[in-house]
Write a protein that binds this ligand. Structure first.
Ligand code: ZN
Ligand code: ZN
Ligand code: FE
Length: 760
């Protein structure tokens, strides 16, 4: 029945190169009895299929469900072709300038096939810590330039042995064109070093390293995107020593467990969280702690959660084989410096922290931290988007000019756009020291190179002192667009949801410079990509001492109490307030009165800080947002009460904070538990903003609300507001692809800058 044969050309775009896509196409075509050919092109793969119409349809139906795990299909286009009478189906050479514009896969976990081989004593890769295939292993962190071929990766120093080369060349093999392909005969090796960087003589460096961890020592382990510091999570002494040496006093430390069963022993999780734990990205998932576990208390003090991940490299699996309940696996850096990547660099920088180093000779070309996710209000929410997710782009609704957005000052990421794709970088960190500054520049250059993007527009924050803003302003030859921080938050949320404006945007965070020169952070905007109006905001109060007020929430408490009670402040029966040196309080009050180093702020994050301090939770924090986080942690779920609230004026409405502060204070004076006060405060905010949105809906006719900003990492607020707004018939936009915190800001800056340049 050769007469019935038809032919089509399919163009498939997305992440379809370097992920075993052509062998998959080859096998699928043979499975359906189709002839033709497949080749890589500049934007993906192109194939010609000849055969029966029904078989071709079947083939196309099979694509999404059967594709290789790392492939990500964005678009399939199908056009008729003349029948040429192919004799077979074959993989042919790349066409023209192939692979320059193609998408690079993120680094993902070792696959089950590779793990099974690693566990098989008869396999030539038995116990080999760098086993990988086209379905798994390193990508983004080992690529230097495009096209993605072995000479452009850190595998270029390793010449494949004949056995590996044969796998690499065979289209039917799981390692066909797997660039990091390696084996014990030809690939990278691990070495155990002492604190001074001198190799330790051992036949089995991994087992020796595990034994040292068991003995309570701190091991620096080279991983996929950088070094971890590992200690036995059940040894209090070891964990405490790690914290001391790392100067990381209170932030929770991440854990790694060998299996879901092990995790079940120390934390609670449901189906959704299990899916996140086992996903190929292998993020750190925030899970509720169980009571009375053997995990050292200092792993995550004052926190109801553990951040836990499953092993994702073969080396992790081998280390955990020693039988730990859990390992602490925290980024190997001094606080807020980027994760260490080079062996020499690691020994130098971590010499005072780690007792031993488990290193290897496959270079990490681009550092990438572990990603952190949480399941909240029905969806996965990224707290830190890095390894496993980057560089998968956010797919936008419309074409973009090439933009570089430089992001925020804290939790910095950058974003580059190309066509309908927005590439948000891995987590770069807080741009407060030379090391992160260099990492920022390195990442921008690296992304420009591997994505082949030459930005015509650069976007940054309004804040003149941000390192990222200074970088943007110094770039010559491109249009520079400054984007207001809270507008960028809302635009990021719209962009990842492919939504057009206008929206009512609730933009809640700690700090961002407003257009009036004050510090914003409790903003309700009416916004589209192009512009915004400030529809409502919290009534501003002074931030006595500026940045010091972020580290010392008691200052915000005094500011809010003074705004709410005036002179009556002295009469308040709050134990923590009475225990303060009256002179210090006096100085603070006169600073605010004379407007010395006391910028005005409408920040909701700072209101959380103030409430946390008023109920006596803490007056000082070790990291931004800690007090607010702890206020959420203690919340009494059974408490349904709330406080009165009000707002005044229009365009913008001023939301009065004084009545809320007064009610919180009265409760605290009466001895109402902080747990109940926290619940009432959260409930109040949910009621307030739901009502305010309805008020704005009747004034503007807009029934779509976008939620963005770091405050929405607060699960209660996100879940409560989502439920309340949906019940009132609003169309709701929230973050699922990029973080709601400043890690998502660069995406918003990029889309606003593009809209501004297109329509000045
Ligand atoms: Zn594999
Ligand atoms: Zn080999
Ligand atoms: Fe922010």
């Amino acid at each position: 029945m050769t007469d019935a044969r038809t032919a089509y050309r399919l163009e498939i775009n997305g992440i379809v190169q370097g992920v075993g896509f052509r062998p998959f196409i080859y096998q699928l075509a043979n499975h359906h009895g189709l002839k033709g050919e497949v080749a890589n092109t500049a934007t993906g793969v192109s194939l010609v299929l000849e055969g029966l119409e029904t078989d071709i349809r079947q083939f196309i139906d099979d694509l999404p469900g059967k594709k290789p795990p790392l492939a990500h299909i964005v678009e399939v286009s199908k056009t008729p072709e003349a029948v040429k009478g192919f004799a077979a189906f074959s993989i042919v050479k790349s066409q023209g300038s192939a692979t320059r514009a193609t998408l690079i896969s993120p680094d993902v976990m070792v696959c089950d096939d590779c793990l099974a081989e690693m566990r098989d004593p008869a396999d030539r890769r038995f116990g080999y810590p760098f086993i990988n295939c086209t379905n798994c292993g390193p990508r983004y962190t080992i690529i230097d330039d495009i096209p993605y071929d072995r000479p452009k990766t850190s595998m270029r120093h390793f010449r494949m042995c004949p056995l590996c080369q044969a796998e690499y060349d065979n289209p039917a093999d799981r390692r066909f064109h797997a660039q990091p392909n390696a084996c014990p005969a030809c690939g990278p090796r691990v070495t155990l070093l002492d604190a001074g960087g001198v190799p330790i003589d051992t036949d089995d460096p991994v087992a020796a390293a595990a034994a040292r961890i068991k003995a309570g020592r701190i091991l620096a382990v080279k991983g996929l995107g950088g070094f971890h510091l590992a200690v036995d999570a059940t040894q209090e002494d070891a964990v405490a020593r790690l914290r001391r040496r790392k100067h990381r006093e209170e932030k929770p430390l991440a854990l790694m467990c060998s299996s879901l069963d092990r995790i079940r022993g120390i934390a609670r999780f449901g189906e959704a969280e299990e899916r996140l734990l086992v996903s190929i990205q292998r993020p750190i998932v925030l899970l509720k702690k169980r009571r009375n576990t053997p995990i050292a208390a200092s792993v995550s003090p004052c926190n109801r959660f553990f951040g836990i991940m499953l092993p994702y490299t073969p080396l992790h699996h081998l280390l955990l084989d020693a039988g730990f309940i859990a390992l602490v696996m925290t980024s190997a850096n001094l606080s807020e410096e980027p994760i260490a990547i080079g062996n020499a660099e690691a020994v130098e920088r971590l010499g005072g922290i780690a007792d031993d180093f488990l290193v290897h000779d496959r270079d990490i070309l681009l550092r990438s931290d572990d990603s952190i996710v949480r399941h909240s209000a029905g969806h996965m929410r990224l707290i830190r988007r890095s390894r496993g997710y980057v560089p998968v782009p956010v797919f936008l609704k419309g074409d973009m000019p090439p933009v570089l957005a430089c992001g925020a000052e804290l939790k910095n990421t950058v974003c580059l756009t190309r066509g309908r794709q927005a590439f948000v970088s891995q987590h770069i960190g807080d741009l407060e020291n030379r090391a992160t500054d260099a990492f920022f520049r390195l990442t921008v250059d690296h992304l420009k190179r591997i994505l082949d993007i030459d930005p015509q527009i650069v976007a940054c924050d309004l804040h003149p002192d941000y390192m990222s803003t200074r970088y943007a302003r110094e770039l010559g030859g491109v249009a520079c667009v400054e984007v207001q921080h809270h507008h960028a938050h809302i635009a990021a949320c719209m962009a990842e949801n492919n939504a057009d404006g206008p929206v009512i945007g609730l933009s809640f965070d700690g700090t961002g410079l407003g257009t009036d020169g004050t510090v914003w952070g409790g903003e309700v905007l009416v916004a589209d990509y192009h512009s915004f109006a400030r529809a409502a905001h919290l009534a501003p109060v002074p931030m006595p001492g500026g940045a010091a007020a972020i580290r010392e929430p008691w200052r915000m408490a005094v500011a809010h109490l003074s705004a709410a009670f005036g002179e009556d402040l002295d009469a308040l029966r709050l134990p923590w307030l009475r225990s303060l040196d009256p002179q210090r309080v006096g100085i603070l009050l006169s600073m605010m009165q004379q407007q010395v180093n006391s910028p005005l702020t409408s920040s909701l994050g700072r209101l959380f800080d103030a409430v946390a301090a008023i109920v006596g939770l803490r007056g000082r924090v070790a990291f931004e947002g800690q007090a607010a986080m702890e206020l959420e942690m203690i919340l009494d779920n059974a408490e349904s009460g709330s406080y009165d609230f009000s707002w005044e004026g229009d365009e913008p409405c001023r939301i009065a904070t004084a009545p809320i502060i007064q009610a919180v204070t009265r409760d605290a004076e009466k001895g109402v538990s902080p747990n109940a006060v926290s619940a009432r405060f959260h409930n109040t905010l949910i009621l307030l903003f739901e009502q305010l949105c309805r008020h704005l809906r009747s004034a503007t006719g807009i029934d779509r609300v976008a939620l963005s900003g770091g405050v929405f990492q607060n699960h209660r607020l996100l879940a409560g507001l989502t439920a309340a707004l949906e019940k009132s018939g609003f169309d709701l936009l929230t973050h699922r692809l990029v973080p709601t915190n400043d890690g998502g800001l660069s995406l918003g800056q990029a889309v606003v800058a593009a809209a501004t340049v297109n329509h000045p």
